[in-house]
Write a protein that binds this ligand. Structure first.
Ligand SMILES: *Cc1c(COP(=O)(O)O)cnc(C)c1O
Length: 488
């Protein structure tokens, strides 16, 4: 038998494949409690196969597993619209302080005054940042913030007995959750077109705005990464028609300290704390999508809303609240991280977050525009949407480019979104990446474009060096391997 040298290789066997009969990861002292009969012994199974492994096997297995994935702590992760940026670790530490992490939502309010005060302070900061002073931190995700905001719009029209307002006008460039939330909130969705520059087609909007308009929903920046230059005209058109304006501010890291949504005529917005404010979005962890409204609409906010009273801080229910939209008080630990992040940066720091996010995206756009088409030929905000149409004509599609990037240690951009752009590659570099990282990404994207002519197979067969290489997507979807089976 020959032993080969492979010191750099990780042991990638599954835990079951490391199992050795009789090996254990624990020892429990002999019980001094008399054994009891189980009430129903038929509930017991002895045919469940579990791995028999040592503690070190378990530690190595999970340590290796954690390195098989791309993460923001190991790789550049320009996943558009997800804001995969550096989130300071100190904010995790602060959110894990026992006074914040070990409290219970059913504790009497007088025993959690600090926590409620934190919620109130965060509400105030978000009100200031967006220019919309009524804030509820209850929603658990961006989409739930949208849903709450739309129920608020409905409650507002209902309170005036204006029951003909059943339509939500949504641009074709909106984030996909917008029409979905509108429909869940019981509104009929009507689409307004984008014009050739990617802006809302104002003439089309004028035709659509009417006495049945409940709300107009604007994703800002749009999913093309663009600011809407006609926003003041747009909010006026909607208000003149008697409707409300909803802004999807999930990607607030393009606007911090630069513009307040409330100043633009927006009545309701939400924002994603798990994008802009120190919690990553990709990966599907817990989220928080606070909803912000004008003073006039604050009485409809979902409960609870933190308030300061004479006797201290309390969790209140607004007068005509749309009610509870989930258990308890929203994602408290995400709110604690966001609060720490905002306080550490201060107003100037927040503004430089957005300025740097915008400069980084425009830098990439400027350095790649001779090779890749742009979804819109103008300055972008915090992300740039490229299109691989030129590459596709030469035999390599957006998905192939995304796979090839993995070989260079770069996570794929968001692909094939927004839907109105052919072969879309949505790149969000974020403010936290260095110029060296951006230059590396640019060089790799240019090299991939060159490879189309010199060696297309290297792109079409990518990725080459990852634990999982090119998947057969059809088989993966039709015959997924979901559980371990012993090797035959
Ligand atoms: C991420 C995002 C959402 C949805 O947020 P979730 O927390 O995933 O529900 C909505 N709108 C925009 C513009 C987004 O980028």
């Amino acid at each position: 038998m020959t032993i080969t040298t492979n010191a750099g290789d990780l042991d990638r066997r599954l835990l079951m494949d490391r199992s050795v009969t009789g090996r254990k990861a624990f020892t429990v002292p002999e019980s001094d409690v008399p054994a009891q009969e189980l009430p129903d012994s038929s509930l017991l199974r002895d045919d469940v196969e579990l791995p028999e492994v040592s503690q070190l096997d378990v530690i190595r297995y999970f340590s290796v597993l954690s390195q098989l994935n791309f993460s923001i702590d190991t790789n550049f992760y320009p996943l558009g619209s997800c804001t995969m940026k550096y989130n300071p670790k100190i904010n995790d530490e602060l959110a894990n302080l026992p006074g914040l992490a070990e409290i219970h939502p059913l504790q009497p309010e007088e025993t959690v005054q600090g926590a409620i005060r934190l919620l109130k302070a965060l509400q105030d900061d978000l009100g200031e940042i967006t220019g919309l002073p009524g804030v509820s931190l209850a929603p658990l995700a961006g989409a739930q913030g949208e849903y709450a905001g739309l129920l608020i719009a409905r409650a507002y029209h209902d309170a005036r007995n204006d029951d003909k307002r059943t339509v939500a006008i949504v641009p074709d460039s909106a984030h996909g959750t917008n029409p979905a939330s509108a429909s869940m909130a019981g509104l009929d969705v009507v689409t307004v077109r984008s014009d050739a520059q990617g802006n809302v087609d104002v003439e089309n909007l004028k035709e659509l705005a009417s006495s049945n308009t409940a709300v107009f929903m604007l994703t800002i920046p749009s999913t093309l990464g663009l600011f809407e230059p006609n926003i003041l005209e747009i909010t006026t058109i909607i208000h003149n028609a008697g409707g409300l304006v909803y802004a999807d501010g999930a990607n607030l890291n393009a606007l911090l300290g630069l513009v307040k949504l409330g100043d633009l005529g927006v009545d309701i917005c939400h924002s994603n704390l798990h994008k802009t404010f120190s919690t990553p979005h990709g990966g599907g962890g817990p989220g928080s999508g606070p909803v912000m409204v004008t003073d006039e609409l604050a009485k409809y906010l979902p409960k609870p809303v933190a308030e300061k009273a004479d006797a201290g801080y309390l969790l209140a229910s607004p007068e005509q609240s749309i009610g509870t939209i989930n258990g308890f008080h929203g994602s408290f630990s995400i709110a604690a991280r966001a609060y720490a992040y905002i306080k550490a940066l201060g107003l100037e720091g927040l503004q430089s977050v957005s300025e740097n996010a915008i400069i980084s995206a425009n830098y990439i756009q400027a350095k790649l525009r001779d090779k890749y088409d742009l979804a819109a030929d103008r300055y972008c905000m915090h992300e740039t949407v490229l299109s691989a149409t030129r590459q596709k004509k030469r035999g390599v599609a957006g998905i192939d480019i995304a796979k090839r990037l993995l070989d260079f240690g770069i996570h794929a951009p968001t692909m094939y979104f927004p839907l109105i752009v052919d072969e879309a590659l949505m790149v969000e570099p974020t403010e936290s990446e260095s110029k060296e990282t951006l230059d590396h990404f640019i060089a790799v994207m240019r090299q991939i474009d060159d490879e189309i002519d010199s060696n297309p197979a290297v792109i079409l067969e990518a990725p080459h060096d990852l634990p999982v290489t090119r998947l057969d997507e059809a088989t993966a979807a039709r015959k997924p391997v979901l559980r371990w089976a012993p090797a035959e």
